[in-house]
Design a protein around this ligand. Structure first.
Ligand SMILES: N=CN[C@@H](CCC(=O)O)C(=O)O
Ligand SMILES: [Zn+2]
Length: 412
């Protein structure tokens, strides 16, 4: 199958050489080609160039005329909790009426509320609820997504979530990576026996998950009132023994030295970072760990935004992700994530697009195959509706400016 996309107004994120990640001032540049063509062969990008250099004698199975339209790599969403049961709209109203996220959790709501619902939901039902969200994710231009467990909190229910993720992976063309997040919250029966639950994670959950090869990554909610530095370190190290790389929820509400724990344990990414101090930044500067901001979580629960300017201006990279989940971000729209990063975090459109493509691919460990228009990479593309320029994508927030999504060379 050979596809030609011709007359492209702006072809964005073209990279002739492999770029693993972009940091600091390099994030300001988004290379583009105007009046371009792009050729796809099978699942991959075969070539691209200026229209005047297109070899018109070549034959194609499909030709797409993209006059006036922008083409860019699909979004990469490196942090989601897309598999969950039911929703938490009542807590949404509780928060409008004045309760905080913490107060709701302390009353037995929050993560434990979602865990209760998930434990009562069959695997098939969970799959059916989750696939609807995944289909929407694809239609919104996302071509790779990380999905976490963490609403099971028992051996059986954590396995149920991860098996659902595996089924989604088998049945959809979107690239999916799975993360084990048994350390999302302590179940109420372990409120006063943290080590009891940690032992269950280490001795029962991780070996069972590894046996079925259900997780690429391991995560924990390293936060005051959830998992401490020492508790998180134990869990990350146990996961690593089974080949699961750390990607951690940290610094969402407080900074308690968690970034150091994550970096010391070889974390691929540290996610949230709404609260960061100078020491956290210095530790990240000396690391290979990708900071990941989740601006639509800040939007939904009205907490500070990750200080993107402070992070990027210190010379660090930054990735963007949705955090899609029933409690803090019931949305999986990466277009809105990119808009929010520009509007609320003062990232330029170029920085935000780099953060949601190349840097996001790094945060998922898929940077060699995804994240840019590079010959040999997977043909995962967004073709927008006609735009004045790509600036209109983050500018016209809330408008769906996507015309077509192509995953692995196929129009969706
Ligand atoms: N903060 C931890 N986990 C999720 C929210 C979980 C929930 O409230 O259900 C997050 O990333 O925001
Ligand atoms: Zn999360």
């Amino acid at each position: 199958m050979k596809v030609l996309i011709k007359n492209i107004k702006e072809l964005l994120q073209i990279r002739t050489e492999q770029v693993d990640k972009l940091a600091g001032a390099d994030m300001k540049t988004l290379p583009q080609l105007d009046n371009a063509y792009l050729i796809l062969e099978g699942e991959h990008i075969a070539s691209f160039g200026k229209m005047e250099n297109l070899d018109t004698s070549e034959d194609f199975d499909t030709i797409i005329d993209a006059t006036g339209q922008t083409v860019l790599p699909t979004w990469i969403d490196s942090h989601t909790h897309l598999v969950y049961a039911g929703n938490r709209e009542l807590e949404f109203v509780d928060r409008i009426n004045g309760l905080s996220y913490e107060e709701i959790f302390n009353r037995g709501g929050g993560i434990l509320n979602s865990a209760k619902k998930l434990q009562e939901t069959t695997e098939d039902e969970l799959y059916n609820q989750s696939k609807k969200r995944l289909e929407e994710v694809i239609s919104l231009g996302t071509g790779a997504v990380e999905i976490k467990s963490g609403y099971g909190l028992t051996v059986e229910s954590e396995l149920k979530m991860l098996r659902v993720i595996k089924r989604l992976k088998e049945n959809y063309p979107i690239e999916i990576k799975a993360t084990f997040l048994g350390a999302h919250a302590f179940p109420s029966e372990f409120k006063d026996n943290h080590q009891g639950y940690i032992d269950q994670i280490i001795n029962e959950m991780i070996p069972a998950i590894a046996k079925e090869k259900l997780a690429d990554f391991i995560d924990a909610f390293l936060e005051t009132g959830y998992f401490s530095n020492e508790e998180t370190a134990q869990i990350l190290q146990a996961g690593q023994k089974h080949g699961m790389i750390a990607k951690v929820h940290v610094n969402q509400f407080t900074t308690i030295g968690g970034i150091k724990t994550c970096v010391d344990n070889g974390a691929l990414s540290v996610d949230h970072l709404e609260i960061v101090n100078d020491e956290d930044i210095a530790i990240l500067k000396d690391s290979k760990t990708m900071p990941v901001a989740l601006p639509t979580c800040s939007f939904f629960i009205s907490i500070p935004y990750t200080p993107a300017r402070k992070i990027i201006d210190a010379g660090l990279p930054l990735a963007l992700a949705s955090d899609s989940n029933p409690g803090t971000t019931p949305s999986h729209n990466m277009n809105f994530v990119v808009s929010t990063a520009c509007i609320k975090m003062k990232m330029t459109p170029e920085e935000a697009i780099n953060a949601a493509t190349i840097n996001a691919a790094y945060a998922m460990g898929i940077e060699k195959e995804y994240g840019s228009i590079t010959v040999g990479k997977k043909a995962n593309l967004i073709i927008t509706k006609p735009l004045h320029s790509f600036y209109e994508l983050p500018y016209a927030f809330g408008t769906n400016n996507i015309d077509k999504v192509i995953l692995k060379g196929k129009i969706q």
